[in-house]
Ligand binder design. Sequence first.
Ligand SMILES: Cc1ncc(C[n+]2csc(CCOP(=O)(O)OP(=O)(O)O)c2C)c(N)n1
Ligand SMILES: [Mg+2]
Length: 890
Amino acid sequence: MTDKTPDTNDIDPLETSEWVDALEAVIKNEGMERAHYLLKQLSDHATRTGAQLPYALTTPFRNTIPVQDETPMPGDVFMERRIRSMVRWNALIMVMRANMNNDDELGGHISTFQSVATLFDVGFNHFWRANNDEQLGDLLYIQGHSAPGIYSRSFLEGRLSEEQLDNFRREVGGNGLSSYPHPWLMPDYWQFPTVSMGLGPIQAIYQAHIMRYLSARELVARDDRKVWAFLGDGEIDEPESLGAISLAGREQLENLVFVVNCNLQRLDGPVRGNGKIIQELEGVFRGAGWNVIKVVWGGLWDPLLAKDKDGLLQRRMDECVDGEYQNYKANGGDYTREHFFGKYPELAEMVAHLSDEQIYKLNRGGHDPDKVYAAYAEAKRTKGQPTVILAHTVKGYGTGDKGEAQMGTHSLKKLDKKTLQAFRDKYVIPLSDKELDSVPYYRPPPDRPEMEYMHQKRRELGGYLPARIDDFEALETPGLDAFKAQLESSGEREISTTMAFVRMLSNLTKDKQIGKRIVPIVPDEARTFGMEGLFRQLGIYSSSGQLYEPVDAAQVMYYKEDKKGQMLEEGINEAGAMSAWIALATAYSNYRCPMIPFYIYYSMFGHQRIGDLCWAAGDIQARGFLLGATSGRTTLNGEGLQHQDGHSQILANTVPNCISYDATFSYEVAVIVQDGMRRMYQEKQAVYYYLTLLNENYQHPAMPKDAAEGIIKGMYLFRENVGESELRVQLLGSGAILREVIAAADLLKEQFNVDADIWAVTSFNELTRDGQDVERWNMLHPQEESRESYVMQCLAGQPGPVIAATDYMKNYADQIRGWVPASYRVLGTDGFGRSDSRQKLRHFFEVDCHFVALAALTSLQEEGAISAEVVAAAIQQFGIDADKPNPLKS
Ligand SMILES: Cc1ncc(C[n+]2csc(CCOP(=O)(O)OP(=O)(O)O)c2C)c(N)n1
Ligand SMILES: [Mg+2]
């Protein structure tokens, strides 16, 4: 169809039409490719002369796929409408029931699913394959708050009971349904936590990326499996939603489909009242190399568009903004006739034969199964590009003037009786007015044709969705003997725990059993951590291999990109690298292929930067290692305030199934990594690990005998100091500051005749969790012999006060206070970091050996074991300015 929109700027319409006719003739006689070629030639020619050509990434506001090119939907339209109507009904009812006759205000969303129902339905009936013994299914990232509709379909399929639907958002008593997709709460059902907006899209992109990575490495067959991600148009404003789309374009992720549910509204109001979200997204995605399919108008518009020879209707469609489109759906057919068509007399004439009701029913593309099917079929066929489908829908579709396109529709929780009756009538649900009083579900007997049809469709696609594989074949992980080098003393050699770790990692990649499953991931920081040796050894994954000779090709450790590369270098993109890690850390489920990813990054840019993904990793039951390198407020010395991390350990502990450690010596790292692999991949525990690593070089002792158990539990006696002195203290230290504690013990002995036992604390977090667990058990079992926390077991009977120092905020070590059986004093690095030497920083933050010794003396003084004069003298002797400002406030 030629678009000959009359344009007032046209100074020579005759000439224009000659050009347009010529183009039309080329398209007709020689095809679209030739037309492309000619236009490109013209454009190249014009730009060579220096002309500035108008450019556009967008097309008019209409469907990308012309009517004549639509792939027709197979199947029974009537059956599918019946199924969709019942799914709509039960989704509505379950939210209403959750909010009726109770004061619990359980919430739930009606309007979102009603807008997206057709988009799901067509996928479930025709496209999305399930997991079974023969195939791995497609991966669905479902818009989180559309969950009621997904449950509703599962109910119709007989996978969920009425009782479960009634337990929507009532999970505590068991047999409940979670508010949103949460694999932790429904491990056989939900695959991906999506409700924190933006996390679904970025995870979906990296899922598709990792799918290709795993097949490039020949670990998992490629097949034509796809990742489908459903997004809200409001959700698209999250930086995570659009932030990684260029990766998908660049990597040509043809296995990825985004479906944006463009109902033009978010929670408070319109997404782009003064513009057009669909047009904006078309430009953004096309610019990033995506195949964009707009599904703007439903089939009822087709006859009108066919009549639109002069392009006036198209122009009206183009000029209206989303705020007006919302009005048309909120205010009905007569309003639309007056305000949309009425703007131009020719358009008013065009629809004169239609009733107001018919005008109102002119449907949007996202509600037309045929248009949606055509778009999905095109997405499925697309090669060499990811696809985004921009589907125009109505928020609260079918909920009448109480909900449809209303400003507050997002928060609609129930319908009044009249509106419910209208909804029932619209979707032909066979329930009487009287029956509606009990707000009932509706599910026909299983032998009804529509039910059989529904099951048949799923059988053809291999089973039901959503479904998550919760189990996997355990791996044989290496024993501690595989880490022999790390368990021994480093002798004279001074190394960092990061260096020790990298060596371990390199060895692990050579392990016969698990070597190929190890995936080092870095966000452009490998050289910082001394990992460049792995570039050459493992290769850096790149879907296009290496199309250039690297500038350092002559060197042993050159920058080697490789189609089969094992290492992932995700660039300066912590959220992306974390998403890649999550995809690998759940490969045991989504690919039936357990992988062991190690994501190593600046510890400051972990939980603090991408904490919500760390939380999602807990929900999704990720298994793998996060390594917070260059950790410690005073240990990464030169980088200053934004780099020096003194709190990631505290943040890590907020994720219930994240096990965190702050190691000092390489044998601790070895024990922790070995045990972590055992727990996650052999014992199949649903936990992941966070381990902080240091960049400070020093000598490492051999592992003390029998220390392994304590290292894992969180503390062990590093050095027992049974001297002659009456004065005795217990010193606790973790990470880099353990060495200050050791120096303090020497100082105390030499200068103050105080004997100190030294405890290496690998995890104040694990000690705290143990203490709290024991305390809880004791409270619940008053008549039984009380249990003892591990801290208590270690410290009971040890003489003297207890002093702890770490490179983290005081809260970190303070957590165990409740189980320390003596006076307890804690040093830590509260306050903003800054640059200086380690020595000066540790003095500034009051965690160096002098402050540790001072803390010990102060505690002894409090116990009356020494006098205040001794402490005052020590302050002087250590050169401490007693009036120095509190680092917390400096
Ligand atoms: C990170 C985050 N911020 C805010 C919310 C709360 N929230 C839930 S739904 C919603 C509106 C969603 O609008 P849209 O993405 O357009 O989806 P629709 O319901 O319109 O399909 C908001 C703000 C959230 N879930 N996650
Ligand atoms: Mg929306």
